[in-house]
Design a protein around this ligand. Sequence first.
Ligand SMILES: Cc1cc2nc3c(=O)[nH]c(=O)nc-3n(C[C@H](O)[C@H](O)[C@H](O)COP(=O)(O)O)c2cc1C
Length: 220
Amino acid sequence: MSVDVQAGSDVASRRASCRRTGIDKPSMAPDPFDQFRSWHEEWTTTDPPDAAAVVLATVDRSGHPSARLVDLAYVDHGFVFFTDRRSRKASGLRAGSRAALCFGWLTLARQVRVTGSVAALSDDESDAWHSKLPRQMQLLTWASDQREVIPARAVATRRLVEAEMRFCDGPVTRPPHWGGYRVVADEVEFWQGRADELHDRLRYTRGAAGERWVIDRITP
Ligand SMILES: Cc1cc2nc3c(=O)[nH]c(=O)nc-3n(C[C@H](O)[C@H](O)[C@H](O)COP(=O)(O)O)c2cc1C
């Protein structure tokens, strides 16, 4: 049986109510990271339930694609997130591989797509982020490999209790299998929905880090 996902929701007119004025090259920052910061700031002022979530798409060695939400940790010269290095996604995040991120900021009728090469963060960088996590999340980095099939939730609970016992009241260090990745963007696309359906897409590209960004308009 099919699922009529648009039934009764009047998707088109609800979306139209979110649309705003368009974007053009002169209104965009020369550097996509500055443009991202400006849009992300606007997004957070809309008080979204989750301002960090982003879809991460990867492809493993066999060419199998997979996508999932992760929390964007921060943006420096790339887009940084943290995960378990034994997870399925990690097999698509090998050094030299490529990955894509997609932010959907729907109440602003905006999408930002990032494509780039993947680099693992250093131990120091991963330690720094891990040390700032709430304790329960630190313990989870020891208790779950994000891969194992388990017969019941009780198994995951037991792993967490074992991690708690391991560290007692002491600080929870970062496990070697957990760390960060940076997507070093060479393409960033900003999509702005417009009331007349002729939406705006502006894409930044550059050949290599350090080169000048070129902005192109793409058909919607
Ligand atoms: C809102 C949201 C944020 C998430 N953030 C993270 C994250 O930062 N890191 C992470 O490893 N998993 C995160 N997850 C869980 C992933 O979506 C995913 O289930 C898990 O990482 C296993 O993915 P994989 O099997 O593709 O490796 C998040 C899930 C949701 C719904």
